[in-house]
Design a protein around this ligand. Structure first.
Ligand SMILES: [Fe+2]
Length: 187
């Protein structure tokens, strides 16, 4: 289930706010400049996860977002527990970092958790199939794909090198709960 949990940066134990209502999630996130939307496929998705078919199913919202945010290209990324180097891939984005361009991801299937650090708070956004999240350029954040990663996302790019991660050096991520899908669903 998609879910927003907001913590003060100083307290990872008692959230200020928690909601699984997509409209409330979008509202709270918009208040701090983060785009969150729910998209619906125009055609049934192929079980194969074929990238062209995925992009065709979401062609209208993909084009609208490219136009609105000046993204020049997209691709489809699929990660499963069998993906080569998946443990290192998870670790790569677990420390707080920034990018020179917006990090926009649409979840076609599966799930993952973004942790966005701004306004002296951490906005933890568990994204599921149908969720679009865009982290603004320069905003400190980290991403946890969980211990058994499984997701397909459409990624948006302004320029090929633009989303290279720059570590902030802040160890804040270690204080916040990892993404454990079963635990999140039970919370
Ligand atoms: Fe990132």
């Amino acid at each position: 289930m998609s879910k927003l949990t907001v913590y003060l940066e100083s307290d990872a134990r008692r959230p200020e706010l928690s909601t699984a209502d997509p409209a409330l999630m979008a509202g709270h996130l918009a208040h701090v400049g983060i785009l969150f939307e729910r998209w619906t496929a125009s055609t049934p998705l192929p079980a194969s996860g074929d990238g062209d078919a995925v992009l065709a199913a979401y062609a209208a919202p993909v084009e609208a977002l490219k136009e609105a945010r000046c993204f020049r290209s997209v691709d489809v990324m699929r990660v499963t527990p069998a993906t080569e180097g998946v443990t290192a891939l998870r670790a790569k984005f677990l420390d707080e970092h920034t990018h020179d361009e917006d990090e926009a991801r649409f979840f076609v299937e599966g799930s993952g958790a973004f942790y966005i650090h701004l306004d002296r708070r951490v906005f933890r956004v568990v994204c599921e199939a149908g969720d679009l999240l865009s982290v603004p350029a320069g905003t400190p954040h980290w991403f946890d794909m969980g211990p058994r990663p499984r997701f397909t996302t459409i990624r948006f790019f302004t320029r090929p090198e633009g989303w290279i991660a720059s570590p902030t050096g802040d160890t804040i991520a270690a204080r916040f709960p990892l993404f454990e899908p079963a635990a999140v669903d039970a919370a």
